[in-house]
Design a protein around this ligand. Structure first.
Ligand SMILES: Cc1ncc(COP(=O)(O)O)c(C=O)c1O
Length: 452
């Protein structure tokens, strides 16, 4: 029985589902007016309305969700509680790289679940060590630390950088403990990663966050080099391609300038590839497109194909600063997650798979430019592989709604004026055609929404 059927197994009236719908408008407003000639029974909610009403009652209101209750998925398709089909250009925000229900991934999860799901990091497990071996073999890194999410991977990277700098500067003088981050960056929502995240709106309600972070303009090599030369910088955090910030790509010169300045000053270069890494650009790691190697790289989103994972990949030089007990996690690197991640990593790191992402990315960008490029609201189509942004001169929210109603799920980025397209990497050219068609058909809503 699926979860939506379980939900519907109960008799659902608005009152049973919560009654007090705090955050959304529903057809039923929670009050019943008695009248002799009117049927006073509250109208039955649809399955989706019942779920949304209950959500509004029992969950903390941190998500402005689209009014869709998704119940199943296959490949690049998702299905809602009413049986409507959607083409998924979101992949759970760049997570479901193999789409939904990939058979190899399902096998990896179910087989491992039936053998061993979790044990403490007090013990060794084979999938954790195997996954680390494969990540090391396929990257610049010598060692891996596992976490449960992207923000945790960045927290770990912050700690590793601080500890490394303390040990590298034993002479009693203040070690470099500050950080550089960039405009439009997103690194997570816990206090360290949040401190590195540029959007003030995310940070200010929770201040004080970790002190010692300077935000510089993304791409401004000169400003970064000057600050790194000050000798105060433990590490520079940078996304080779910014996702949430609006799909902005670094240049080789920028990353090269950061690398050289860090080398000269003894600072560490940290790439956050949580969104752009693991095949999304058509390269296994986004930084391969630039040929500039970091000291630390953080990963998360797609690594376990939809199960929670984060990873910090680092050089021996940095890893050797860490001792037993310096960091840890109850769940991280559990056998179930790591077995799932191996299925994902093995598939994505196949050169043919990566070549197909490059090919499809080029194709998609071309058809988007052809179909959408002539619209006066479209400023730019940018990105690499299957992380593509369509910048508009207005908010994209009306377009997101119209596309959803037409069966296409898309995301926004930047200041809400960038359409973010991060489909499963297994998507077909036919599905990309269809996505571009729906986008084209829906573009006129931008005129309507802006003439109101
Ligand atoms: C580049 C980048 N870093 C870090 C994070 C935070 O990851 P998580 O949401 O798994 O904590 C995200 C999430 O969107 C991200 O895109």
């Amino acid at each position: 029985m699926s979860s939506v059927h379980l939900f519907l197994g109960q008799s659902i009236t608005p009152a049973a589902a919560g009654g007090n719908f705090r955050r959304r408008k529903f057809p039923f407003n929670g009050r019943v007016m008695a009248c002799a000639t009117v049927d006073v029974r509250p109208p039955k909610l649809t399955a989706a309305e019942a779920v949304m009403a209950a959500e509004a009652r029992v969950l903390v209101g941190t998500y402005a969700r689209a009014p869709v209750v998704l119940v199943s998925g296959k490949g690049c398709k998702l299905f809602d509680a009413e049986g409507r089909e959607y083409l998924d250009m979101t992949s759970g925000i760049a997570v479901n790289a193999l789409g939904h229900g990939d058979p190899d991934w399902v096998r990896a999860v179910t087989e491992q679940a039936s053998v061993l799901t979790h044990v403490s990091n007090v013990y060794y497990t084979i999938p954790q060590v195997e996954l680390a071996k494969r990540l090391v073999a396929r990257s610049f890194a010598d060692r891996v630390f596992f976490s449960n999410s992207g923000t945790e991977a960045n927290e770990a990277a912050i700690k590793f950088a601080r500890k490394f700098q303390r040990l590298s500067n034993p002479d009693g003088k203040q070690p470099p403990l500050e950080f550089i981050s960039f405009t439009n960056s997103f690194h997570g929502r816990t206090m360290g990663a949040l401190a590195l995240t540029s959007k003030e709106h995310y940070r200010t309600p929770f201040e004080p966050v970790m002190p010692g972070v300077t935000f510089l303009e993304y791409g401004n090599s000169q400003a970064a080099v000057e600050l790194i030369r000050s000798g105060k910088i433990a590490a520079v955090f940078v996304e080779p391609i910014q996702g949430e910030g609006g799909i902005y790509s670094a240049t080789r010169e920028f990353l090269q300038a950061l690398r050289s300045a860090c080398d000269d000053a003894g600072s560490l270069l940290v790439y956050d590839e949580i969104q752009c890494g693991l095949g999304r650009t058509g390269f296994l790691w986004a930084h391969e497109a630039y040929g500039v190697i970091p000291d630390i790289m953080t990963l998360a989103k797609p690594l376990a194909g939809g199960l929670p994972i984060g990873a910090v990949l680092l050089t021996e030089k940095v890893a050797s600063a860490m001792n037993f007990g310096d960091h840890g996690s109850t769940f991280a690197g559990g056998p179930l997650i790591c077995n799932a991640a191996m299925a994902v990593l093995d598939k994505i790191s196949n050169p043919e798979f990566l070549a197909s992402v490059t090919k499809k990315g080029k194709y998609f960008k071309e058809i988007l430019m052809q179909k959408l490029g002539g619209n006066p609201h479209v400023r730019e189509v940018r990105g690499m592989g299957l992380i593509i942004g369509v910048e508009l001169d207005v908010s994209a929210s009306a377009l997101v709604d119209a596309c959803r109603n037409a069966g296409l799920l898309i995301l926004t980025a930047g200041k809400g004026n960038v359409v973010r397209l991060v489909p499963p990497l297994i998507i077909s050219e036919g599905e990309l055609d269809r996505a571009a068609e729906i986008l084209l058909d829906c573009l006129p809503v931008l005129d309507e929404s802006n003439s109101k």
